[in-house]
Design a protein around this ligand. Structure first.
Ligand SMILES: Nc1nc2c(c(=O)[nH]1)N[C@H]1C(S)=C(S)[C@@H](COP(=O)(O)O)O[C@H]1N2
Ligand SMILES: [Mo]
Length: 246
């Protein structure tokens, strides 16, 4: 609108005023773009969207601040270029697909308050928000023979979950935590919410979900001796041996 107004004014004004307006345009336009968040499509300042702030309480429950979690991921926080990023869903599916971030944001959302327990001994209670993975599986037509889903991430991390666990628990893939889009250290753009399983089963920075017959060879930590199911409560952390024990 501002650009149209300015050019209309430019057109109406006589030649003498032109250099002045050109200068003004030069100054105003960058300021205006900066105020809009520099053209960043995920900026909360764009399109009259409200400023997004983290929430610290939900239905009477105190939440853990997402900024207070220490990032202990294998390669540190990943800076994903969201314009070229895609979620690829392939393997034993009738319709392999690639989703853009926008397409995933447009899906029906589910909010869920879930504890994240890391085997290192810390826990966090966070309000996650995202889309149903089971519904996405229906859409791509996951085949009967697909027993596992392998999640691959930007940082080379991977792990698997059973399709049965995902559908029975209606597992969600989060795009938001405590009311805010995920940050780079929280796994932007996607963090799998593997409720009742240890943190190492919660893949962050997901780029691909592959449906396979048997994915039990996958798993960064699983292949380093951590339990394949990773169910909270079935194991405890032994600090002397630095591993989970039954
Ligand atoms: N891609 C990727 N996902 C990952 C990890 C990782 O290193 N890379 N670490 C896992 C571990 S061990 C934990 S405890 C959780 C931590 O999630 P948070 O950073 O949101 O607390 O992420 C899991 N998902
Ligand atoms: Mo962890």
């Amino acid at each position: 609108i501002y650009v149209t107004k300015l050019s209309a004014m430019l057109a109406r004004n006589e030649q003498a005023m032109l250099p002045l307006f050109r200068k003004a345009l030069f100054v105003i336009l960058p300021l205006f773009t900066a105020a809009c968040g520099g053209g960043n499509s995920t900026s909360p300042m764009q399109d009259n969207e409200p400023v997004v702030v983290e929430i610290f309480e939900y239905m009477g429950e105190k939440l853990t601040s997402v900024t207070k979690l220490r990032d202990n991921s294998i390669q540190g926080p990943q800076a994903v270029n969201i314009n070229s990023w895609r979620l690829k869903v392939d393997g034993l599916v009738d319709n392999p697909r690639e989703f853009t971030y926008e397409e995933l944001l447009a899906r029906d959302t589910i909010k869920r308050l879930v504890w994240l327990h890391c085997v290192d001994g810390w826990s966090a209670k966070i309000l996650w928000e995202g889309f149903s993975l089971a519904r996405l599986f229906e859409e791509v037509g996951v085949q009967i023979s697909a027993r596992h889903a392998i999640f691959y991430a930007e940082d080379g991390y991977h792990n698997y979950l059973s399709v049965n666990y995902i559908t029975v628990n209606d597992i969600i893939v989060a795009t938001h935590a405590n009311g805010k889009p995920l940050s780079e250290s929280r796994g932007f753009p996607l963090h799998v919410i593997s409720q009742s399983k240890y943190g190492y089963k919660w893949c962050k920075w997901v780029t691909r979900i592959e449906l396979v017959k048997d994915g039990s060879q996958a798993g960064f930590y699983e292949n380093r001796g951590y339990p394949r199911e990773g169910n909270v409560g079935e194991h405890y952390y032994d600090p002397d041996e630095n591993r989970l024990r039954p």
